[in-house]
Design a protein around this ligand. Structure first.
Ligand SMILES: CC(C)(COP(=O)(O)OP(=O)(O)OC[C@H]1O[C@@H](n2cnc3c(N)ncnc32)[C@H](O)[C@@H]1OP(=O)(O)O)[C@@H](O)C(=O)NCCC(=O)NCCS
Length: 235
């Protein structure tokens, strides 16, 4: 990893960032509508602390962003899609009173700035937030971005298992696993129009060990156990 990320500052999103985030989302998701002002303004209004941008201190450019909200996980089902978890990107389902799960709705790093540690820096800021709010966990749908290259040979689950074992590198899931996330399940139709993942995502989780109880680790599927992870975390 290069040291370019030392010039990067991660801070909470401000309304003046919206136009740059929209531009970034156009580049990252050419297959879908980009974010719009109304969605970003709503995210900012309901949970300003949960929205982050990465700024290059030298040029002032916005080079990354992440968006999150708090949900009560019991209100959802693993097989729901991005629109359900985020209320179509408006985050009006943000539920800080009942929820203990920080839902990671988005992370993007500018294509010309990837592989420089910026994504990791943004994820670190989110861990700090989850710990400060004493949340139990962070969950997300991690798109299986490289799956289209293997779809004729492997099921999406088998693809994810190979990524966990390091036999295949996936541009998004390998990043999330390196950041300490675990796979809970692999589900279809999350981003139905995504031509790279073909809609498939891994539902991933980071657990806050400061507040978690043994039962919070229950239900992990041993097929997704990383080689380095103790079996005790897969009861
Ligand atoms: C996923 C994403 C945010 C990662 O951001 P990033 O700034 O490139 O990530 P980092 O530089 O912090 O990478 C950390 C580690 O993740 C892994 N990683 C990151 N990109 C990778 C890639 N393209 N292929 C394989 N591994 C990768 C590497 O292990 C890397 O460490 P290393 O460079 O020392 O080997 C970025 O690639 C992105 O914006 N992708 C498109 C949007 C997207 O898919 N978002 C997720 C929605 S679910």
């Amino acid at each position: 990893m290069s040291h370019a990320s030392v010039h990067i500052v991660v801070r909470n999103t401000a309304p003046s960032d919206f136009a740059h985030i929209i531009e970034l989302s156009r580049k990252i998701y050419p297959f879908g509508p980009p974010y719009n002002e109304a969605q970003l303004a709503s995210q900012h209004r309901v949970f300003p602390e949960g929205q982050f941008v990465a700024i290059d201190r030298q040029s002032g450019a916005l080079v990354g962003m992440a968006a999150s909200l708090i949900v009560l996980w019991n209100d959802y089902d693993m097989r729901m899609n991005w629109r359900d978890f985020t209320n179509n990107g408006f985050f009006t389902n943000h539920d800080p009173l009942r929820g203990r799960t920080l839902y990671s709705a988005e992370v993007m790093v500018s294509p010309t700035h990837q592989r420089q540690g910026i994504g990791t820096k943004i994820y670190d800021a989110r861990l700090v937030l989850a710990r400060r709010l004493r949340l139990l966990r962070i969950r997300a749908g991690g798109r299986l971005r490289g799956y289209h290259r293997y779809a004729d040979q492997l099921s999406a689950e088998d693809y994810a298992i190979k990524v966990v074992r390091g036999e295949i590198k996936d541009p998004t899931l390998s990043f999330q696993l390196k950041c300490g996330y675990h796979i809970l399940a692999v589900v279809p139709n999350y981003l139905p129009k995504d031509p790279e993942s073909l809609g498939w995502v891994a539902i991933i989780e980071w657990i806050n060990e400061e507040v978690a109880k043994p039962e919070d680790y229950l239900g992990r599927d041993p097929r997704f156990q990383p080689p380095s992870e103790p079996l005790s975390r897969y009861p």
